[in-house]
Ligand binder design. Sequence first.
Ligand SMILES: CC(C)(COP(=O)(O)OP(=O)(O)OC[C@H]1O[C@@H](n2cnc3c(N)ncnc32)[C@H](O)[C@@H]1OP(=O)(O)O)[C@@H](O)C(=O)NCCC(=O)NCCS
Length: 255
Amino acid sequence: MPESWAETSGERLAILGASGHGRVVADAALGSGWGSISFFDDAWPILQVTGRWAVLGTGVDLQRMASEVDAVVIAIGNNRTRLMWQRQLVHWGLPLATVVHPSAIVSRYATLGAGSVLCAGAIVNPFARLGGGCIVNTAASVDHDCELADGVHISPGAHLGGQVTVGEATWIGIGANVRQCITIGSDTVVGAGAVVVSDIGSNVVVFACPRDQCTRASRRSRIRTPRDDEGRTCEARSTRDKYRHPRSPRVVRHK
Ligand SMILES: CC(C)(COP(=O)(O)OP(=O)(O)OC[C@H]1O[C@@H](n2cnc3c(N)ncnc32)[C@H](O)[C@@H]1OP(=O)(O)O)[C@@H](O)C(=O)NCCC(=O)NCCS
C-alpha cells in the first residue's frame, strides 16, 4: 500500500512532480525530518502511485488542498517549468520547503533560496548564494562565493569552482566542471562532462572539452559550414563536426 498523509504523522510535505527525481526528493525529505509525503503530478489520475507514495492529484489540485499541506517542493527537472510552478504556488499562498538531504554539507555562511533541493552528498561552500528552486544534485559541489540565480540545476557530480555566477534556469550537466570566476548566462545548457574555462552567454548549449568545445543554440540551428582540421570547408563527418571550427571553437549561436 502506498503511504499518504492519512496513514502517517508529522509535518506534511507535498511534492509536485512524481518522477524519479521526485522520489529522490521524497527520500531526502524523509531523511531530514519531514513526517509524511504525498505527491502531485499532472499525470494523475492515471498515475496513482510513485515508489511507495500516493499521488493525490494534479498541480492545480494543490490550490484546493493548500490547508492540508505544511509545505510544498517542486521536483520537476525542467528548470523553466519548475520556476513557473514555484511562482504559481507562491501566488496561491503555499509555503515552499527547502529540502536538504542529511548527507549534504552546507556551510553556515551559504544561503539557499526557498524551494531549493540539495541531494545526497551535495556540497555548498561558504558565501555561496543559491536562488529559489535550485537543484544541487547528487555529489555535486558549489564552491565559495558562487552565485546561482533562480531555477539553476547542478547535475550529479558536477562541480563549480569558487565565484562562479550562473544565470536563471541554466542547467549544468552531469559531471561538468566549471573553472573558478566564470560567468554563465541564463537558460543555457552545459552538456554532460563539459569543462568550462571561459564565460558563456545566455540561451546556448555548450558541450565537450575546451579544445573541441561546441556551442550552439538548439537542434534546429545546427547548420554550419563543416571544417577540416586546417579550417577548410569539407563534408561533415558527424553532427559534432558541423559545430566544430578549429580556429574558433567557442562560436556562440543564440537560441
Ligand atoms: C549536450 C546535450 C544537451 C546535447 O543534447 P542533444 O542536443 O540531444 O544532442 P545529441 O544527443 O543529438 O548529440 C549530438 C552530438 O553531440 C555529441 N554530444 C552530445 N552530448 C555531448 C556531451 N555532453 N559531450 C560530448 N559530446 C556530446 C553526440 O555524441 C552527438 O555527436 P555525433 O553527431 O558525432 O554523434 C546533452 O547530450 C547533454 O549532455 N545533456 C546533459 C545530460 C545530463 O546532465 N543529465 C543529468 C540528469 S540529472
